[in-house]
Design a protein around this ligand. Structure first.
Ligand SMILES: NC(=O)c1ccc[n+]([C@@H]2O[C@H](COP(=O)([O-])OP(=O)(O)OC[C@H]3O[C@@H](n4cnc5c(N)ncnc54)[C@H](OP(=O)(O)O)[C@@H]3O)[C@@H](O)[C@H]2O)c1
Length: 260
């Protein structure tokens, strides 16, 4: 692997599992020093040992991104340990299933706290340290571009994240900071098991999905060269383009899904 990120410092949130864990490995293999943030200190510790054993600088920072002080602490420890912050990957997040009519406001508030306020907290803490430019990468979802039934609350958090990303991209462009939105489709992680549920929703059909390593490759490419909107697969791109061009048709197709 070419060390294209040698000398760069990255902070990855949600690095204890799934896409974040794979992203931390991928960035480290490209030569970046990586700070790993999540609540599960033990899992972060395993990954730090693995990356360090392969010769990469790595640091575990126990973090709850929904807590402003904790997010600021993660950024400050990263800068304190590695002297800079060049790449922020806002990946930490969780799902919420349930029909809109049945969603509990406290669940929706919590998922907004993690999926929207979390990235906001990290961005606000990171920006003062990105004097030499940088890359902010926000992990959204294809369902942040076209909401689907029975996960409307989760979709709303990702639509809101996209809005922040779009405004921020323009606001920081003159500082040499790029803002990338990544839109994965189904990815083979513990995401579904970790999602909040409104009722005991049936586990409906889902596409087989891609490996977290495939998403991590796309995130790493964005860490190297920026980019605006990043899709992981062609079907994801087609889903979003089709839903934008023919929203009524997609409504009709999705009604079947809403029935079960
Ligand atoms: N898997 C999919 O199908 C899929 C598709 C599209 C988008 N996404 C998005 O991809 C991102 C990563 O999800 P994943 O699939 O890798 O799921 P995952 O395996 O459940 O990982 C979620 C990560 O977020 C962390 N996290 C959750 N709440 C946190 C908090 N309050 N503070 C800090 N870290 C927190 C978890 O760590 P701790 O529990 O240790 O804190 C874990 O490391 C999410 O933003 C998700 O919305 C996933």
């Amino acid at each position: 692997m070419k060390e294209t990120l040698k000398g760069k410092v990255a902070l990855v949130t949600g690095a204890s599992s799934g896409i974040g864990e794979a992203t931390a490995r991928a960035l480290a293999s490209r030569g970046a020093a990586v700070a790993l943030a999540a609540r599960s200190e033990e899992r972060l510790g395993f990954l730090v040992r693995e990356i360090s054993a392969a010769g990469g600088p790595a640091l575990a920072v126990k973090t709850d991104v929904a807590d402003e002080d904790s997010a600021r602490g993660a950024v400050e420890r990263t800068v304190g340990e590695f002297g800079a912050l060049d790449i922020l990957v806002n990946n930490a997040g969780l799902g919420l299933s349930g029909r809109v009519a049945e969603l509990r406001p406290e669940d929706l508030r919590y998922v907004f706290d993690v999926n929207l306020l979390g990235p906001l907290n990290c961005v606000q803490a990171a920006l003062p340290h990105m004097e030499r430019g940088g890359r902010i990468i926000n992990v959204s979802s294809v369902v942040g571009k076209r909401a689907i039934p029975k996960v409307g609350g989760y979709c709303a958090t990702k639509f809101a994240l996209n809005a922040l990303s779009e405004a921020l991209r323009v606001e920081v462009a003159d500082r040499g900071i790029t803002v990338t939105s990544v839109y994965p489709g189904t990815t083979q992680t513990a995401f579904r098991e970790n999602s909040r549920r409104t009722k005991d929703e049936k586990r409906g059909w889902r596409p087989g999905g891609v490996t977290p390593e495939k998403v991590a490759e796309k995130i790493s490419a964005a860490a190297e060269s920026g980019g605006r909107d990043v899709y992981v697969t062609l079907p994801d791109r087609i889903f979003v383009a089709g839903a934008t061009l023919a929203p009524g048709l997609f409504d009709r197709v999705l009604r079947r899904w809403a029935r079960d």
